[in-house]
Write a protein that binds this ligand. Sequence first.
Ligand SMILES: Cc1cc2nc3c(=O)[nH]c(=O)nc-3n(C[C@H](O)[C@H](O)[C@H](O)COP(=O)(O)OP(=O)(O)OC[C@H]3O[C@@H](n4cnc5c(N)ncnc54)[C@H](O)[C@@H]3O)c2cc1C
Length: 451
Amino acid sequence: MTAHDEYYKMLSPEFKYTRAFCTAEDVSMAESIRKFVNKEIMPRRQDLEGGWHRDEKLAIETQHELYAKLVGLGVTKSNLPTEYGGLGLSPVVRQMVNEEISRGDIGLGTLVGKIHWIVSFMVAAKRDDLLKEFAPRIIGEDSWTACVAITEPAGGANLEDPGQQFRTVRTIAKPDGDDYVINGHKIWPGPAGALGRFQSKDMKGHLGYWTVATTDPAKGEEGVALIHIPPDAKGMTFSNPYEKMGFCWSDENVEIYFDNVRVPKRYRIDTEPGQGANLVRGLVIGLGRLAGAARLVGLSQAVMEIVLNSAKHREIVGMPMRERSLFAMYLAEMYRYIDMARQYYLTTTWQVTHPELYGPPWSHEMVAKFSASRSFAGDCARYVCNTGMEMMGSYGYAYEFNLEKYMRDYKIVQMWLGGAHRDRLDIAQGLYGPFTWGGFDEWEKTQKLSK
Ligand SMILES: Cc1cc2nc3c(=O)[nH]c(=O)nc-3n(C[C@H](O)[C@H](O)[C@H](O)COP(=O)(O)OP(=O)(O)OC[C@H]3O[C@@H](n4cnc5c(N)ncnc54)[C@H](O)[C@@H]3O)c2cc1C
């Protein structure tokens, strides 16, 4: 028996997903994903990194194959409205799907989440034309991936800081006839790169780059644009992928250079003044953080299951470790963190479905709640990974038992989209802000704005 065959009622979809927020059908969808994860992903977690020797071919093949199976289950079309052929499921289900897949592998959870993410931008901006354009690929049998490009060399957290009002963005989109001409430089977006990286027997291709740009940095929020750039756009070049601690091939992160990249104006997702800033603050950053919370909870549960199993078999003076009070207390503490983080992200997600009561996702109050969800789930994952590894000793540190991979992976989900520090500041912004930084205008005068 592996750790994941063992049944813990309190960790089952039936018990853990509060029915105040979801239906019985939603729970059965989560249950079917849990079974898929146990059967298909759990035994291949190491292959997703190409095994101990990091075989790139094995890693990419495994990732594409498992992703294709998830696409076959319908998870990538879950939030696409039914009129476009999607399942039209609520954001709560999208989060439960996120949690269940990330229990197996948070990289695969993130890959599925990229499609949810780009769909949410086009739905929020009511872009019927673009939804019609992309839907056939999203609902079809083939698998496609997509990327959201935000971070720039001036600092990811600057762009994600509402106090800086997007004035540090240096990816410039200049209107020219029926097109925008884009120049700039993004760092870290993923999955990104040459088309061939995303073409295999199990992966059809890349849907392109939903890119945060500005028509003029001096315009601040008014200048912000969210623009779709096709994956084969002329003038776009990529660096080699970054080498990093986790997410080895599940999120290939590169630098993108835009050199007079021309895209039709209709690829600008926002259509009204100020809508670009709202989409970036509320959906790109805000909902991105909320999705991260669900993924971190799924990852934490996986680690706890590994530790529960280990502590069942490791004996201390003739008794299972988990029946000794010190260690029972640690396991209870892990559960407390995980379930609190889960109930919190579920409550916040449910609030997203009621903007008439709580405001739109770009309000400072809702961004604060997204940030609280993600930062608490990040604290949870840190506690569970760290304490779990201490309880397992050397076995926790060993590659064979998978805990070390989860530990490497959780860290970036806590740090991306502005990270744990920005999360705290955004909570303060919601509570008593918004506030801007003193001295910004003086600083800006010293900067050369790209033309
Ligand atoms: C695996 C991986 C995947 C990624 N995927 C993507 C992607 O798909 N698209 C994309 O655009 N980017 C992506 N990123 C980039 C990531 O989102 C950024 O790295 C992140 O937002 C932080 O930006 P930075 O690294 O530039 O850090 P910095 O902005 O230099 O910040 C460094 C530290 O200082 C803190 N900090 C800085 N300024 C402030 C402030 N004003 N208030 C509070 N704290 C502050 C930050 O919290 C951070 O801890 C990815 C990165 C990795 C490693």
